[in-house]
Ligand binder design. Structure first.
Ligand SMILES: CN1c2c(nc(N)[nH]c2=O)NC[C@@H]1CNc1ccc(C(=O)N[C@@H](CCC(=O)N[C@@H](CCC(=O)N[C@@H](CCC(=O)O)C(=O)O)C(=O)O)C(=O)O)cc1
Ligand SMILES: N[C@@H](CCS)C(=O)O
Ligand SMILES: [Zn+2]
Length: 775
């Protein structure tokens, strides 16, 4: 049996890559320094996996930004608008690469970035490849070959990783009409074959090709595309061992045709879908190797050795050992790097730490599982198994985990907990009277720039350089400045700015019972941006108010309404590492009850506009359509539980970004938020069509400017977007706001953009007044 890993985190255990990239972008370090950091990270990762005893160590799992962008770069899928960066500007290739990811506003050029979206049901974002009709591909970047050679020089014979051709195309978007992106497979495949032949010439042995779409519902065309592609690959490089990987779900009804593909090995995710093992063993031919993905790449709990060994043993009963591999369920990209970086007992107790495994520990688990499976009688292996059982036993019986009072509260949930007192139309009338807002009311999504200064206060507080009082005074000053500034701008519903929050989920994780947080458990979210997902280990409850102090403080400074700002239960669940000992639904209900208490406290303190953010509601959708209804039902119900404890006069907002609404609009409507603000500007308001087609009754704030770019749109652009919105949604329902929070932006561009946004709203109001006068 071979051991392997599908991919290792590339940010570095101290986020070295983030720091180096950001320094390079700011012109603070030369390219060579950035490359050196990247080399060091790769070497460290390869060596630690080698030392752990893994047989097949991945290469090309490193990325300066994103692995999908890397694939686009490899096959030369570089949209026309970027060509000038190389040809005219003579910039190095990496600048072109970063321009595709981040846009390019320099030296007279203003090129927008490629779109970014969520990677399946994770909190990782990939860059969406752009395709045109008849597009040609060519080997543009040799990164995969270079990294294979680099590892070889270091004495590590790696297993190169490539995103498969069908998934690569399916992840992308057609940029013009008249073709389907899968039509491009014929032009694309020769480049893949070229890469594979070159790898073969370099003596590569196994090559991992990821086709995550194989765990999704596929149509006949998609299945045929896969069959054709892997048939061609087999013909072209018969000697190369292709390991086809699937993850995040079961092969399900795709198993039949996948088992017939001419590949050397198939990897299946046995963490998400252990039940598929029997069917897979039965379906695949004896000469096809099977990789058992038993170590969870999506969570941080220690592996249950006994359970994994049972799966391994079942596989061994059916297949020769030399046809089996043991590995991670998916890439470890979604795990933090190294538990040993956690030394602070206050955030992560010794007991809790003994239940966890981060990427480095997971690599060891893979090696240990093989060792125990091969020789369960050795004293050393028996001790490993016993140690693992003991850790799991201590977790299962810990009094820190189970709180009867929380469990009773969940058991006591009834439909009434998810219902507002009256219908939206009666609520709307009451709220309008109370808030007295104009049409096209303006607001923002919550966060204002999290400047280096603000982040430094937090880091100084942690290091004892600032006292709690000094820290609070600084945050108060920032909040007051933001309130005054919003008043000056004449925004209608103000926000406090979220200066006190490190992150919209981690902040709540730090305040809620049943959550632990890490010092260094960073996971890449997109590019250089990372998040530190909190760990939900026990029953969740609210010990004390979490946002009341800062919301009340902000409201005390102004007569205008200040919007309370909370993260919703589904998003907190989705962006945390969750318990694996109870259904996600139950954990979500517990969080919903905690948020409900916070909402009620805010209302009692006189806050009558409260936003409950749910940007991850769509991301949480199961991979298979058949499972959608069940998820949407409990997810929407949890949102409603959190939102429905208030009086009709209190206006509940929700916010969603990164979402398409067409196929889930009835569930969005069922959330019954008084106002929903959505990311809309990049789609030029197209996302509103779903709301219009549904006759969505409640209020909507379609984002009028993209917050991912420093570019400040003109008032006219925003007016034009609002005109478009007004054409499909009755104006009485419309709000005016940016796409999302402004935490990643600088103050200068934020001030200018919001000033123009308020002007745009005023123009619309003036037009309306004229229209009414004329009619
Ligand atoms: C809305 N988004 C979010 C997602 N997931 C979340 N959990 N949270 C989100 O907001 N998913 C979808 C999107 C993804 N978008 C983003 C946007 C921005 C970031 C981001 O900026 N991340 C920061 C880290 C945020 C954080 O925790 N900051 C800490 C400071 C940590 C730090 O770097 N400290 C420094 C010291 C400070 C200094 O001297 O400058 C240090 O330790 O060295 C805080 O504010 O306290 C990032 O830097 O990547 C993520 C996702
Ligand atoms: N209130 C949050 C939502 C981000 S999705 C913010 O403004 O950053
Ligand atoms: Zn958002």
């Amino acid at each position: 049996m071979l051991t392997h890993n599908l991919g290792y985190p590339r940010i570095g255990s101290k986020r070295q890559l983030k720091k180096a990239c950001e320094a390079y972008w700011a012109g603070k370090i030369p390219l060579n320094d950035l490359k050196k950091t990247a080399e060091e990270i790769r070497e460290t990762n390869w060596k630690l996996q080698q030392e752990a005893g893994l047989d097949l160590i991945p290469s090309n799992d490193f990325s300066f930004y994103d692995q999908v962008l890397d694939m686009a770069f490899t096959v030369g899928a570089i949209p026309e608008r970027y060509h000038e960066i190389l040809t005219e500007q003579k910039k190095p290739e990496i600048d072109l690469y970063f321009a595709m990811a981040r846009g390019y506003q320099k030296e007279g050029l203003d090129i927008i970035a490629m779109e970014m979206t969520k990677w399946f049901d994770t909190n990782y974002h990939y860059i969406v490849p752009e395709f045109t009709k008849g597009q040609q591909f060519k080997l543009f970047s040799t990164k995969v070959l270079d990294e294979f050679k680099e590892a070889k020089r270091l004495g590590v014979h790696t297993k190169p990783v490539l995103l498969g051709p069908v998934s690569f195309l399916l992840l992308g978007k057609e940029k013009e009409d008249g073709f389907h992106r899968l039509d491009l497979l014929k032009q694309l495949l020769p480049v893949y074959i070229d890469v594979l032949k070159k790898l073969e010439a370099l003596n590569a042995d196994w090559v991992q090709i990821d086709e995550p779409f194989l765990a999704m519902d596929l149509g006949d065309d998609e299945k045929s595309a896969v069959q054709w592609a892997y048939g061609e690959i087999k013909k072209a490089v018969p000697g190369l061992k292709i390991l086809l990987t699937t993850y995040f779900g079961s092969l399900g009804d795709n198993l039949g045709f996948v088992a017939g593909l001419p590949v050397c090995g198939l990897h299946v995710d046995l963490v998400r879908a252990p039940e598929q093992l029997d069917a897979v063993l039965e379906a695949i031919p004896p000469n096809m190797s099977l990789s058992l993905g038993v170590v969870d790449g999506r969570n941080i709990w220690k592996n249950d050795y006994q359970a994994s060994l049972e799966l391994i043993s079942k596989a061994r009963d059916n297949k020769q050992d030399d046809r089996l591999l043991i590995g991670s369920s998916c890439s470890l990209l979604h795990s933090p790097c190294d538990l040993e970086e956690e030394s602070d007992e206050e955030s992560l107790s010794a007991a809790l730490k003994s239940w966890l495994a981060f990427a480095r520990q997971k690599v060891n688990e893979i090696a240990e599982l093989r060792a125990i499976a091969m020789d369960s009688f050795s004293a050393q292996h028996k001790a490993l198994l016993e140690g693992n059982k003991e850790a799991l036993r201590s977790k299962a019986t810990s009094i820190q985990i189970h709180k009867p009072i929380v469990q009773e509260a969940v058991a006591g949930l009834r439909p009434i907990h998810g219902k507002r007192k009256n219908s939206f139309s009666s609520r709307k009338a009451l709220q309008a009277k109370h808030l007295d807002l104009p049409y096209f009311a303006t607001t923002t999504i919550g966060s204002f720039p999290q400047t280096k200064e603000v982040r430094q206060w937090r880091s100084q507080l942690k290091r004892g350089i600032l006292t709690e009082n000094q820290y609070d005074d600084n945050i108060k000053a920032a909040t007051e400045k933001a309130i005054r500034w919003q008043e000056e701008m004449d925004l209608d519903v103000l926000v406090h700015g979220e200066f006190e929050r490190n992150d919209m989920v981690e902040y709540f994780g730090e305040k809620l019972e049943g959550f632990a947080f890490t010092q260094n458990g960073w996971v890449q979210s997109y590019g250089s941006r990372c998040v530190k997902p909190p760990i939900i280990y026990g029953d969740v409850s609210r010990a004390e108010p979490m946002t009341l102090f800062w919301t009340k403080f902000a409201q005390s400074l102004t007569d205008k309404p200040v919007k309370g700002m909370l993260t919703g239960p589904v998003t907190i669940l989705q962006w945390s590492f969750v318990r694996n000992d109870q259904p996600r639904k139950t954990t979500c209900q517990q969080i919903a009850l905690a948020i409900r208490e916070e909402v009620k406290d805010l209302e009692n303190a006189g806050i009558h506009v409260i936003q409950i953010d749910e940007p991850a509601l769509r991301e949480g959708l199961p991979l298979r359509h058949a499972d959608w209804d069940n998820y949407l039902h409990w997810a929407v119900e949890c949102f409603r539980i959190s939102a429905s404890g208030v009086e009709d006069i209190t206006q509940i907002h929700t916010h969603m970004c990164y979402s398409e609404f067409n196929d889930i609009i009835e569930h969005i409507a069922a959330m019954d938020a008084d106002v929903i603000t959505i990311e809309c500007s990049r789609s030029q308001m197209e996302l509103l069509d779903a709301f219009a087609a549904f006759n969505y009754p409640n209020d909507i704030g379609p984002g009028v400017y993209d917050i991912h770019s420093p570019r400040v749109p003109s008032t006219a652009e925003m007016v034009s977007l609002l005109e478009k919105a007004k054409a499909v949604v009755p104006y009485q329902q419309l709000w005016v706001n940016p796409d999302c929070g402004l935490k990643t932006r600088g103050w200068e561009e934020t001030e200018e953009a919001l000033k123009r946004m308020v002007d745009a709203a005023k123009k619309l109001r003036a037009e309306m007044a004229t229209d009414v006068a004329v009619s």
